[in-house]
Design a protein around this ligand. Sequence first.
Ligand code: HEC
Length: 289
Amino acid sequence: MAWKVRKKKGENSEGNRRFQPSFVLAVLALLALSIYLFVSAPPPLADGQNTSGRTIKAEALLDMVAAENDAFRTLYTKNIVGPGLKQGFLYDENWLKRGAQSGPLPAVALRGVSVRLDRSKVGLGLFLGAAFAINRGNRFEGEQLALFQEIVADKQPRYFRDAPQGLWVGMYPDIAHAKPCVDCHSKHPKTPKTDWVLGDVMGATTWSFTSATVSAEEAVVVLGALRRALSETYKSYVDRARQFEDPPAVGSDWPSACRCLPDTQTFMAEVFRISSPSTTRALFDGFEG
Ligand code: HEC
């Protein structure tokens, strides 16, 4: 049985690979944290073990990246797409076509994140699937569909080992937190379901990783790769928007207030503000040993 844990090859080739100050800052901050935790912090008293030998289980790593990505996606949906639509901005599947005057839908932005993670080669994979999918390629099947039905029932993540592909996988409920999720999915011409309501589990964000555990240092590298992928994905939209026939202002304001978009730094600072408490908690809770 083929588990769906990755986008299909060649599905999306957007974006650029330039380095960004916000990414550099994020990584520096994380490195500083890891250096503090694993180099300068006093060794634990009781067991006398060196802290740098500690590892984080794949499940804890996946929990951490899932929470960061969730912050990005919810913020993008609630504070960009929702108010953006009211400002007359467009969001669709074809935003990368030449001359398009639109931005990426949340799920399409997520695919941009997934493609960039693949390129970063840190071993982290991302796939967004569902039972009632607008895009047939996103539909879960067989055993994975059964697992997804359990998630729909109790809204809890499920973890499993995909032995044939050598992956540790976590499936997380993708819940309709924001009204635009429900409205757009119920009205889309290709939707197989027209009565979504807020709070529904619309799909499962499926994260995979290539080993059972990582060192804390490796976890920081993986997290850095995710933050870079998120940041570049948002930036690719802003860069496009600047080329529109009637471009929005780009700066420190949000589309709820004006015909404008926050720049990458402003947007990502808000993502990190939301996700940092849970990321820090996950880093600490994830340690074994
Ligand atoms: C403006 C329209 C729009 C909004 C807003 C939107 N989506 Fe989607 N969503 C789509 C489209 C179109 C696809 C299919 C994209 C593709 O893969 O080609 C999709 C894909 C998905 C998928 C993968 C399964 C599928 O249907 O193909 C899930 C799960 C999903 N969206 C959940 C959400 C959630 C949760 C939100 C809010 C946080 C949201 N969507 C907001 C239009 C939208």
